[in-house]
Design a protein around this ligand. Structure first.
Ligand code: 2NL
Length: 348
């Protein structure tokens, strides 16, 4: 190659190189420019390989200029690469930026189920009176669920019609929480003051006022000298705390095999104040059964029925919840419909 021609090529390539490098907006474009300028087929390397065939002075001069051109392009490429890499990092940082002034995305907190709210309140009323809370298994044996409670084998509640048996002989889903009170009496001496909240199961057609899976809170007190007056007073204290001080409590005779005498409990209607209305009918709201613990039941648990007496009663938690929150269909309490449940957000 003619030395003058080669010198002009170097000048032209330097000019083109400066433009290409300045114009490269990405690292990929810069790699392209590098290949175009310094790659095997680029003009400057071609000049370099032609140098060997030139005479001494011209070779030295052109060699020097080629080296200068290489050096300038290499350092321009390097400088541009550093710029682009810094830019890429800035871009990453910008894309990752978090605006800490934006409001957070709050998870919906949910709320306690109305049955839980009522049960907790009931338990709190009794624990303030000095009662302890006891819990027990939901699958029971026939001794704790029936026999110890003075429910003989031919009692209607024992048949498949009222109870749900499991596949293991002699075991069933508990039909009342009384089994837990039996277990409590079996494991400790009097005095006993316990409440047992929990789920119970019956073979029952479900409608607006009946569920086959429902909840009870049963109360049991065994001590020296307890009478029906203590039962009535306890029930009244509960009703005042639960529904208000104007509420009256009433017990009327009823029969349950595990109590003698037995009673039905009711509280005066908080809507009509006992006069009679659409909700209560005759002015009273049925709350459950009650009575003085049958001496046979005390003896079944190893207690001296001459020395100790006791009272017991069972409250239906669904019933209490319906009264307290004005729910007219018990099924709403188990269906899990969010439109029903979200109304209890923030309710105490
Ligand atoms: C009802 C019936 C009642 C009891 C539960 C009871 C427990 C023991 C001994 C004696 Cl260990 N009695 N509990 C007594 C009378 C009635 O509940 O209809 N509940 C909603």
């Amino acid at each position: 190659m003619d030395p003058n021609e080669a010198a002009r090529t170097l000048e032209r390539e330097l000019e083109r190189g400066r433009e290409l490098i300045a114009a490269a907006g990405t690292l990929e474009a810069l790699d392209g420019a590098k290949i175009a300028l310094l790659g095997r087929k680029a003009p400057i390397p071609a000049v370099q390989s032609s140098i060997g065939s030139l005479p001494g002075d011209a070779r030295r001069e052109l060699g020097r200029r080629t080296n200068v051109a290489f050096a300038e392009l290499r350092s321009a490429l390097e400088a541009r690469r550093a710029e682009l890499e810094e830019g890429a990092e800035d871009e990453l940082l910008r894309a990752d930026a978090v605006d800490v002034t934006l409001p957070g995305r709050r998870p919906r907190p949910g709320s306690l189920h109305p049955l839980t709210l009522v049960q907790e309140r009931m338990v709190e009323i009794f624990t303030r009176m000095g009662y302890r809370v006891a819990e027990g298994p939901e699958i029971e044996d026939e001794w704790h669920n029936f026999e110890a409670l003075n429910i003989p084998p031919d009692h209607p509640a024992r048949t498949m019609k009222d109870s749900l048996y499991v596949d293991v002989p002699g075991l069933l889903l508990r039909t009342e929480t009384s089994a837990v009170q039996i277990r409590t009496m079996e494991s400790q001496d009097p005095p006993v003051y316990v409440v047992v909240p929990g789920r119970v199961y019956r073979r029952e057609a479900v409608d607006a006022t009946h569920l086959s899976v429902f909840h009870q809170l049963e109360c049991l007190a065994v001590d020296e000298g307890l009478s029906l007056a203590d039962l009535k007073g306890t029930l009244e204290a509960f009703a005042h705390e639960m529904f208000g001080p104007q509420i009256q409590a009433r017990i009327t005779p009823d029969y349950f095999p595990f109590v003698e005498p037995g009673a039905q409990m009711a509280v005066s209607c908080f809507i009509c104040n006992g006069v009679g209305c659409r909700v209560c009918g005759n002015g009273w709201l049925e709350q459950g059964g009650a009575g003085m613990v049958h001496p046979t039941v005390l003896e079944n648990c190893g207690y001296d029925a001459e020395r100790y007496t006791g009272f017991a009663f069972g409250l239906g938690i669904e019933r209490v919840a319906m009264v307290r929150y004005g729910v007219n269909d018990m099924r709403l309490l188990v269906e899990g419909d969010v439109r029903f449940l979200e109304q209890f957000e923030g309710v105490a």
